[in-house]
Design a binder for this molecule. Structure first.
Ligand code: SF4
Length: 630
C-alpha cells in the first residue's frame, strides 16, 4: 500500500451490526484515490437503480483523501456521499474541520455505513475498537446539545463528532451534517440519510501516525502557503473576513440573488458584507486541520437576537440565501437564522430558497393564510424566517410540506406557484446568478449532484487570462473588451472552461482538497499539486493522470444517475433565469434559452456524453476504465 493511505476501509452494517474491515489493492487506490470517488464507487457497486435514498439499502460513505492529515493548507477536507433524499440522484457534500484527519488517524481511508439500526444509534470509532452505541438519550436534541452530551459521555479530549440534527432525524430531505459544530456538509441531504438509518452521529478518536512518502517535501509545501497568504488575493480576503468578505464584490458585479432571484443586486448589500459587520458581530475564526487560511468565521450577537459563537457564522451563500434573497439585510438576523439551521441541521441554501418561494407566493396572494398555518409571511421579516425554520425542522404544519422540498410544495400549493420555486432537481440554487455567470447555468442544470456552485470554476477565471487559466489549457484574448466578452459569453470558450475546470474541481473533491487553497489561482499552482501527490504517496502522478481521476468521478456520478433514470430532460433551469434582470449592475442579462440549449449540446459533446440523453457513452466509460459500470 502506498504512503498516505491506511489500506483499510471500515464497513458497518447497522441492520446486522456487522463491523468489517475491507482491503483493496493499489490499483483501486490509484484509480479512485478517495473522497467522493470512493463513495460513488460503493453506490454503483452496492445499490440498485430503484433504491430509495431513505431506504436502508442506501450506502453512505464518509471519506477523507490521501493527503488528509498532512500539515499543509487545504488538504484535509472530508467528503460524504450517498443517494440524495433531496434529488434522488447521487448526493455528495464536503466538510472541513478535523473529522477527516481523525478518520485517517483512526486507521481508515473511509467509513462506509449500510443498513438501518432498529433503535437510535451512534457509531463510535476508537481506532480499531468500533462499536454501535445506543443513542436513545440523544433523540430530538439539538446539534449543540448532542455534541456536548457526547463529549461528556466519552470523556472529551481529542475526538471528532459528525452528526445530523433533529432535522435529519425527521427526514427533512435537505438536512445537513455538522462536524464539530463549526463545519457543515450542507448540500444534498446527507443528514436525512443519517436519520433514515437511525444514526445520530459518527464519533471518531484516532491516535495513529499517518505515514507520508516525503515529509520534507510536505513541510516545504506547508511553508509556501504561509509565505504566500499575506499577498494572495482571494485567500487573503478569506483569511481576514471569510467568505462574507466577498459579498460587496459580488453585489457590485450584479451577482447577489435578491428577492427570490428576481433581481441580482440588493441596495442594502453593504450591511451584509463581512468587511462591514466583522467589527460589530465577528468573534474570531476557526480553521480546518493544518490550514493557515482560517476562513471559518465565528459571530456572536447579544441583541436583538442571541446568537452563540459555538455554531459558526454565516458564509457568503447563507448571507445571500437567508439575507438578500429574502430582503433581510441585518447581519445579526442572518446570523440567527444560520444558527437555527446549524442547530437543527438544515442546509441554509435550500432552506432560504424555499422561504423565498413561500414569501413570494404569499406576496402574490397565491397561498391563503390557512396554507401558512395562519402565519403572515413576507420578505424582509426575520421573525417569519425563524418561525419557518423551526416548522421545517420539526415537520410541523407547513414545515412538513417544505421538508420534502420544492416539488412537494408546488404539488400542494398549485401549478401557479411553480414559477417561484427556484430549484433544479428539487434542490435550491446557490446565490450566484446564472444570468451573470453562464458557466453556472451549466452547473446548475447538469451537475450530477444537482445545482452546485462548487463543481467548476466561475466565469471570471476565463476573463482573467491568467496563468491559472492557461494551466488548464484555456486561452483567451488579453484586451479588455475580449475579457469582458469572455466573462459573459455562452460560447465554446465558456463550455471548454466549464468542462476542464469541472474535471479539476472533481479531482479536488476526490482528493478532499479545499478549492480556496488549491483552486486555480489561489495558494498553490498545478505543479505543486503533483508535488503534493508525490510527497504524500510516492507515486509519480502527472497532471494529466490526475485530471482523468477527476473526470472519472464525474462520469461515475453521471452513470449512477443514468441508471436511476435521469436524462437530459432533468438538466433544465428555472424559467425565471430566462427573464432579463430588471435593474442593478447586471440589468438586462438573462439566460437565453436557445444559447443555453446550444451550450448544453456542446457541453455533452465535450464531456463525451450522448447529446440526446446527456449520459456517458460506452466509449467514454471505456476510456476511463469504467466499463464495469455498463
Ligand atoms: S481555506 Fe477555509 S475551508 Fe479551506 S481548508 Fe482552509 S480553513 Fe478550511
Amino acid at each position: 500500500m502506498p504512503n498516505g493511505f491506511t489500506g483499510t476501509i471500515l464497513r458497518v452494517n447497522l441492520t446486522t451490526s456487522a463491523i468489517e474491515k475491507q482491503q483493496f489493492d493499489e490499483q483501486f487506490y490509484r484509480m479512485y484515490m478517495g473522497g467522493g470517488a470512493f463513495g460513488t464507487y460503493f453506490l454503483l457497486k452496492e445499490t440498485a437503480a430503484e433504491t430509495d435514498a431513505l431506504a436502508e439499502e442506501n450506502v453512505l460513505t464518509v471519506a477523507p483523501g490521501v493527503t488528509t492529515g498532512a500539515a499543509v493548507s487545504g488538504v484535509s477536507r472530508c467528503c460524504v456521499t450517498a443517494l440524495s433524499p433531496a434529488t434522488g440522484a447521487v448526493g455528495d457534500s464536503q466538510t472541513g474541520g478535523s473529522i477527516g484527519p481523525m478518520i485517517k488517524r483512526a486507521g481508515y481511508d473511509a467509513i462506509v455505513v449500510a443498513g438501518k439500526s432498529r433503535t437510535p444509534a451512534y457509531l463510535l470509532v476508537d481506532g480499531s475498537d468500533v462499536k454501535i452505541k445506543d443513542a436513545s438519550h440523544l433523540k430530538g436534541r439539538s446539534v449543540l446539545d448532542v455534541h456536548d452530551a457526547l463529549m461528556q459521555e466519552l470523556g472529551g479530549g481529542k475526538l471528532s463528532v459528525l452528526q445530523c440534527g433533529p432535522a435529519g432525524e425527521n427526514l427533512v430531505r435537505f438536512a445537513c451534517l455538522v462536524a464539530d459544530l463549526n463545519d457543515v456538509a450542507g448540500r444534498t441531504g446527507m443528514g436525512a440519510v443519517f436519520g433514515s438509518k437511525n444514526l445520530r452521529a459518527i464519533v471518531v478518536k484516532g491516535g495513529n501516525k499517518i505515514s507520508f512518502a516525503d515529509p520534507i517535501g510536505l513541510k516545504k509545501l506547508g511553508r509556501l502557503a504561509a509565505e504566500r497568504l499575506p499577498d494572495s488575493g482571494f485567500p487573503t480576503t478569506l483569511s481576514k473576513y471569510g467568505t462574507p468578505g466577498v459579498v460587496g464584490f459580488q453585489a457590485e458585479a450584479g451577482n447577489l440573488a435578491t428577492h427570490n432571484y428576481s433581481r441580482s443586486f440588493h441596495e442594502g448589500y453593504k450591511e451584509l458584507d463581512g468587511v462591514a459587520f466583522e467589527p460589530a458581530i465577528g468573534a474570531g475564526h476557526t480553521t480546518c486541520f493544518g490550514c493557515v487560511v482560517g476562513c471559518r468565521r465565528k459571530v456572536k450577537v447579544e441583541k436583538p437576537y442571541k446568537v452563540t459563537d459555538r455554531l459558526g457564522g454565516p458564509e457568503f451563500e447563507t448571507l445571500g440565501l437567508l439575507g438578500s434573497n429574502l430582503d433581510i439585510t441585518d447581519p445579526a438576523a442572518v446570523a440567527k437564522a444560520n444558527e437555527l439551521c446549524n442547530n437543527y441541521g438544515i442546509d441554509t441554501i435550500t432552506m432560504g430558497g424555499l422561504a423565498a418561494y413561500l414569501f413570494e407566493c404569499a406576496e402574490k396572494g397565491l397561498i391563503a393564510p390557512e396554507g401558512t398555518d395562519g402565519k403572515s409571511l413576507g420578505f424582509g421579516d426575520p421573525e417569519a424566517l425563524f418561525w419557518l425554520i423551526e416548522r421545517v425542522a420539526g415537520r410541523q404544519g407547513i414545515g412538513d410540506i417544505l421538508a420534502d422540498g420544492f416539488e412537494s410544495a408546488v404539488k400542494k400549493f398549485g401549478p401557479a406557484t411553480a414559477a417561484y420555486a427556484i430549484h433544479v432537481k428539487n434542490n435550491g440554487l446557490a446565490v450566484h446568478m446564472a444570468q451573470v455567470k453562464p458557466s453556472q447555468a451549466l452547473m446548475y442544470a447538469a451537475c450530477p449532484i444537482g445545482p452546485d456552485h462548487m463543481s467548476s470554476e466561475h466565469d471570471w477565471l476565463l476573463a482573467s487570462d491568467s496563468e491559472a487559466c492557461k494551466g488548464l489549457g484555456i486561452f483567451t484574448g488579453a484586451d479588455q473588451s475580449a475579457i469582458r466578452t469572455a466573462a459573459d459569453s455562452f460560447g465554446p470558450d465558456k463550455v471548454r472552461m466549464t468542462v476542464y475546470s469541472q474535471y479539476f474541481y472533481s479531482l479536488l473533491d476526490t482528493l478532499s482538497l479545499c478549492m480556496f487553497c488549491w483552486g486555480p489561482g489561489n495558494l498553490f499552482n498545478y505543479s505543486e499539486l503533483t508535488d503534493l501527490l508525490g510527497a504524500t504517496t510516492g507515486w509519480e502522478c502527472t497532471l494529466w493522470e490526475l485530471m482523468k481521476v477527476g473526470e472519472r468521478r464525474v462520469n461515475m456520478m453521471r452513470q449512477l444517475n443514468a441508471k436511476r433514470g435521469f436524462t437530459r430532460e432533468h438538466d433544465c433551469l428555472p424559467a425565471r433565469l430566462g427573464k432579463a434582470l430588471p435593474d442593478g449592475p447586471a440589468k438586462g442579462k438573462h439566460v437565453d434559452t436557445k444559447a443555453f440549449a446550444k451550450m448544453l449540446d456542446q457541453y455533452y459533446d465535450l464531456m463525451g456524453w450522448d447529446s440526446k440523453t446527456g449520459n456517458p457513452t460506452a466509449a467514454k466509460l471505456l476510456e476511463l476504465g469504467l466499463e464495469w459500470t455498463i
